[in-house]
Design a protein around this ligand. Structure first.
Ligand SMILES: [Zn+2]
Length: 118
């Protein structure tokens, strides 16, 4: 819905911001879809999660696809609900890590993010 204040989203609101590069990979503009789906750091987290949850590795290109993922990975009942919760918790952890890198100069380590999600 365009509410998450990524670098590109802030610039779109006419807020002066010098740096719009993704704080995690430092290679692409920080859009919402990049930050949660296509960022190389985040892609490695999703891969780790797919192994941990014993589901087929997935590729999504938008946050909408990510939020609907639990409908398409072959799970039912409680497992389906839990998978949706894991995606939501992962997004929060990714956002917290992003903020730590951006505002506190901390590191974005896949192992640390995955450990926090678990
Ligand atoms: Zn990135």
């Amino acid at each position: 819905m365009g509410k998450i204040p990524t670098g590109i989203a802030l610039r779109g609101r006419n807020i002066e911001i010098e740096e719009v590069t993704c704080p995690l990979c430092k290679t692409s503009d920080e859009t919402i879809n990049h930050l949660f789906t296509s960022c190389i750091v985040v892609s490695r987290i999703w891969h780790q999660i797919s192994i941990w949850c014993k589901v087929v590795s997935f590729i999504v290109y938008t946050v909408r696809e990510l939020l609907d993922l639990h409908e398409h990975i072959g799970l039912r009942g409680l497992a389906k609900e839990i998978s949706h919760g894991i995606v939501m918790i992962s997004c929060i952890s990714i956002w917290r890590t992003r903020n730590g890198v951006k505002f506190s100069n901390s590191q974005a380590r896949v192992e640390d993010i995955f450990s926090e999600i678990k």
